[in-house]
Write a protein that binds this ligand. Structure first.
Ligand code: NAP
Length: 328
């Protein structure tokens, strides 16, 4: 997305602005002329803020605001004066020892906390919520290459509890609570439901979905036996902006360029980087996890033309090189 032809004086808020997706969102919003109130937990940590402060337009139109999902009222000052709020902050982390405290509370209570702040300020006209395909895909319905998953699908928290999919539960409960809140308060909310997000990093630290790809190319012995949807981070950020700007946008938007098994990713990477030591075998001997389809119809109606998986992977690896996460 370019900023050409667009200039505006609107102020918007992005929560969790230092994150992988949010950093691209802040970049695109600044390019389009918005003033951005960007929430971070620690405005004094250069690893979380420097890359934002260096963005084009940041000097004039980026304001960092300290806020924590678990502190009630924490987002009031960030949301005050904003026409739009992009709520992206939510923990997406590995090594979970206490799922309630580390994932579910910040996702669920945090979403209600942010929406509660939005409800206090009539200037807020629309909230764009960063949900996930995690809140769409995980239920008892079978998935196979003939199945097209779309926005009418919802994950089932009880089903996910059995397999201890805590991140999935956190995103499912957060989105559900957001829709209930919106209905009760008459709030205009649009949800973006990306699948696995890949593509170049702006921030200097590694996020969870980047780690999945880095693990494949960093000498891993095997690839996971898993099929996921994949989408480029630039398309995800773009979809947030379009969902905010298009008055007709409503409901949920699933985002996936395609569904691919991890072995497909390995093969694509082999084609682009023949010298790379990539895993040769699958993590288990079971049949490969079946692929399925994720509908692109709603995303296309927003104006998204997906960046090809091959390009996203290449740009991600190049960004790993540039940031010295790998050396080859
Ligand atoms: N990456 C994917 O594959 C993917 C796919 C679908 C949906 N999503 C969703 O996209 C959003 C962003 O994810 P990401 O991939 O960009 O991950 P990320 O880089 O880890 O960003 C997560 C952000 O959440 C913030 N956060 C976490 N706990 C917080 C708390 N208690 N209070 C305030 N902020 C808190 C972090 O803030 P700090 O900077 O202060 O740590 C960070 O900026 C999340 O809602 C995630 O569920 C991601």
């Amino acid at each position: 997305m370019s900023g050409s032809g667009t200039s505006n004086t609107k102020t918007v808020c992005v929560t969790g602005a230092s994150g992988y997706i949010a950093s691209w969102l802040v970049k695109f919003l600044l390019l389009r002329g918005y003033t951005v109130k960007a929430t971070v937990r620690d405005p004094d940590d250069p690893k979380r803020t420097e890359h934002l402060l260096l963005l084009d337009g940041a000097k004039e139109r980026l304001k960092l605001v300290k806020a924590d999902l678990l502190e009630e009222g924490s987002f009031d000052s960030a949301v005050d004066g904003c026409e739009g709020v992009f709520h992206t902050a939510s923990p997406f982390i590995a090594n979970i020892t206490d799922p309630q405290r580390q994932l579910i509370d910040p996702a669920l209570k945090g979403t209600l906390n942010v929406l509660g702040s939005c409800a206090k300020f009539p200037c807020v006209k629309r909230v764009v919520l960063t949900s996930s395909c995690a809140a769409v895909l995980y239920n008892a319905r079978p998935r196979n290459p003939d199945v097209i998953v779309d926005e009418t699908w919802f994950s089932d928290p009880e089903f996910c509890k059995q397999s201890k999919q805590w991140y999935v539960i956190s995103k499912t409960l957060a989105e559900e609570a957001a829709w209930n809140f919106a209905k009760e308060k008459g709030m205009d909310i649009v949800a973006i439901n990306p699948s696995g997000v890949i593509g170049p990093l702006l921030q200097p630290t590694l996020n969870a979905s980047a780690t999945v790809i880095l693990d494949l190319i960093n000498g891993g012995k095997s690839f996971p036996n898993a099929s996921f949807g994949w989408v480029d981070v630039r398309d995800v950020a773009n979809a947030h902006v379009l969902a905010y700007e298009n008055p007709a946008a409503s409901g949920r938007y699933c985002l996936a360029e395609r569904v691919a098994h991890c072995s497909d990713l390995v093969n694509i990477l082999k084609g682009i980087y023949p010298s790379l030591h990539l895993p040769e075998k699958c993590a288990d001997d079971k049949p490969f996890a079946p692929k399925f389809q994720i509908s692109k119809e709603k995303a296309k109606s927003l104006g998204i033309e997906f960046i090809a998986l091959e390009e996203s992977l290449k740009d991600m690896v190049e960004s790993f090189k540039e940031k010295q996460f790998i050396d080859f």
